[in-house]
Design a protein around this ligand. Structure first.
Ligand code: F6R
Length: 266
């Protein structure tokens, strides 16, 4: 596990962008795992910039999003499919048929979840998964108490998550109660994980996830068992890490080529 602390979210996004570029340079048909919410927005802006200014080619890329609200159609402005179209897919040259977001309108949700898992397997698994962190410790929508071996399935959102996400909706009551989400086990099978967290509001939970005990009550703590995970935080989100100075020292002592994001080690 490598913790990278940067002054701003944009600095974290620049490093994330270099990691994506390094992956696509060596594997044009890479499989990206993507997240929604506020946290990945700077990264997506950076990927759009890399496409427009440096010609980064996404034409061979396949993507899988972590989650989707049950009951929202893809053209609903609060759906995660809509978010991805606006923030990323419409602005890079990814092929639409290679972008995957769970279908929140699926009649047979179990079949949809199983098909999602199969689709990930069919393309050889996810090379690089982008993650945000819920203020309750969730990754994707694996709420506290989720099995650390869980697979894609329907989950009930906690009141806390619905309150956090109410800012995207007209009112709290409009926030869906359920979602389809990749499981912790699904995420743990991705070859590389990039978890971003920004702002003081994430400081306590990032410290628990990175330095606390591994527990289903903080699903993100499972990442401690992954062999290739980068935690990218701004100063505010990193402020409660016990080993803050050590993480900074490790980063400054890295060779330039590694700091540039080209290494795949954890
Ligand atoms: C979204 C997702 C969630 C968010 C988390 C943080 O696809 O999987 O785990 O990453 O709720 O959300 P923000 O970034 O809005 O604070």
């Amino acid at each position: 596990m490598e913790v990278i602390i940067q002054p701003t979210p944009e600095d974290c996004a620049a490093i994330g962008g270099r990691m994506v570029r390094a992956l696509l340079d060596r594997k044009a048909n890479a499989v990206l795992g993507l997240a929604t919410g506020s946290t990945p927005v700077p990264l997506y802006q950076e990927l759009v910039r890399l496409r427009r200014e440096e010609g980064l080619d996404f034409s061979g890329v396949t993507s899988f999003n972590l989650d989707e609200y049950v009951g929202l159609p893809g053209d609903h402005p609060c759906s995660y499919r809509f978010f991805m179209q606006q923030q990323l897919f419409n602005n890079i040259n990814i092929r639409p048929e290679r972008t995957h977001v769970p279908n929140g309108l699926a009649v047979d949700i179990k079949a949809e979840c199983n098909a999602y898992e199969s689709a990930i397997q069919a393309v050889g698994g996810i090379d690089l998964q982008v993650l945000g962190l819920g203020s309750d410790g969730h990754i994707a929508f694996n709420e506290p108490g989720s099995s650390l071996g869980s697979r894609t399935r329907i989950k009930t959102l906690t009141r806390k998550t619905r309150e956090d996400n109410a800012r995207f909706f007209d009112s709290f009551d409009e926030v869906p109660q359920h979602c389809i989400t990749m499981g912790v086990g699904t995420i743990m099978e991705c070859r590389k994980l990039l978890l971003f967290a920004f702002g003081e509001a994430k400081a306590e939970i990032i410290a628990k996830a990175v330095e606390g005990p591994i527990t289903s009550m903080v699903p993100a703590s499972a990442l401690q068992l992954h062999q290739n995970v980068k935690i990218l935080v701004d100063e505010a989100a990193g402020s409660r890490l016990q080993q803050l100075d050590y993480y900074k020292e490790v980063f400054t002592k890295k060779p330039d080529w590694q700091r540039a994001g080209a290494n795949d080690d954890a």
